[in-house]
Design a protein around this ligand. Structure first.
Ligand SMILES: C[C@@](CO)(OP(=O)(O)O)[C@H](O)COP(=O)(O)OP(=O)(O)OC[C@H]1O[C@@H](n2ccc(N)nc2=O)[C@H](O)[C@@H]1O
Ligand SMILES: Nc1ncnc2c1ncn2[C@@H]1O[C@H](COP(=O)(O)OP(=O)(O)O)[C@@H](O)[C@H]1O
Length: 292
């Protein structure tokens, strides 16, 4: 039975979208070096936190059953990771309202973990730039560092190298997830890249310009789309449907999928498209959102 105190401070954990994603190469440790323009949507999980003597976590909301055992929750892992680096860390009661689909390429779990680290940092007087907070973020998952400040920026390496915040033009997205989980690990495996192979002549330290206009975004892509389609062929159909939406400027998959999005420069067109798709596909998770 959850015994947490009633008064909680609430933290937003927004969905991450990879507007572009290039796999640059594969490191000897098996992880892949990426270059990705990451943005955030205004659909979100919510994480409540009340400092207290011991760690508790309650997960509720429509996506709760997809998040696995409590002890493996990315919120619990973030707490353990920071506690191991900051002895005497004051923890407390967390309440996660899970609204984003899990294993969806939306980084929902990573965003939850980042919200948790922000909450713990505040409660313990640590800056978000404290080396222990940064290390706990990277250690909890590749997408956790970029979720710490949740603003559009380039992400490189395995997610450990972040560019400065970038200003996006007014962009509106329709997001679609077929409610089928896709494991990130399976998609990278399907990519089939050998360890030590790099596609790119750029050194890892050369900054890459963010493709921030719709034309530049249209010229970019997501290198994980093709391998993800072999894991879940329905992704190809979703992308076709999104491309045909009136007013859609481009359609692409986010992260390792299966969530795909269409981009619009007109919020009315995005809302209309969302409504039409939702009526046609009641089994899909569909959202419309501005991006930032
Ligand atoms: C692909 C991306 C793009 O933003 O997003 P998602 O599709 O997960 O949302 C991320 O890099 C995912 O980050 P995250 O979901 O935190 O992945 P992790 O838990 O760190 O890794 C899961 C597994 O994916 C593989 N992996 C992950 C990241 C990476 N750069 N190279 C990899 O090879 C590894 O096999 C790893 O064990
Ligand atoms: N708080 C959480 N939210 C979602 N998934 C979680 C969470 N904690 C642990 N998980 C596990 O992590 C896996 C990937 O989570 P998630 O961040 O949603 O993936 P993705 O980045 O692909 O959208 C899920 O399959 C789930 O079992």
């Amino acid at each position: 039975m959850f015994q947490g105190p009633v008064v909680m401070r609430w933290y937003r954990a927004p969905a991450k979208l990879n507007l572009s994603l290039r796999v640059v190469g594969r490191r000897e440790d098996g992880f892949h070096d990426l270059e990705s323009l990451v943005a955030f949507a205004d659909v979100a999980d919510w994480l409540g936190f009340a400092p207290g003597p011991s760690f508790e976590l309650l997960v509720e909301g429509p996506g709760a059953s997809e998040t696995g055992p409590i002890g493996d929750n990315l919120v619990a892992r973030a707490v353990r990771s920071l506690a191991a680096r900051a002895p005497g860390l004051r923890s407390g009661a967390f309440r996660l309202v899970k609204r984003l689909p899990a294993a969806a390429g939306l980084g929902g779990g990573s965003s939850d973990a980042a919200a948790c680290l922000r909450a713990l940092a505040e409660a313990n007087g640590l800056g978000f730039d404290d080396a222990r907070v940064i290390a706990a973020a990277s250690d909890t998952g590749s997408d956790v560092p970029v979720c710490m400040s949740a603003c559009a920026r380039m992400m490189a390496g395995v997610g450990d190298r972040l560019g400065p915040p970038v200003r996006l033009p007014a962009l509106f997205a329709v997001l679609v997830n077929p409610r089928k989980a896709v494991a990130t690990r399976d998609v990278f495996r399907a990519l089939g890249m050998e360890k030590g192979i790099y596609r790119d002549r750029r050194t890892p330290d050369q900054a890459v310009a963010a493709p921030t206009t719709l034309d530049a975004l249209a010229a970019a892509g997501n290198d994980l789309e093709a391998p993800a389609r072999t894991v879940l062929p329905a992704i190809a159909d979703i992308l076709d449907r999104l491309r045909r939406l009136e007013g859609a400027r481009l359609a692409r998959m986010s992260g390792s999928g299966a969530t795909c999005f269409a981009l619009f420069d007109d919020p009315g067109a995005a809302a209309t498209a969302r409504g039409r798709l939702a009526a046609e596909e009641p089994g899909w998770w569909i959202a419309a959102s501005a991006l930032g």
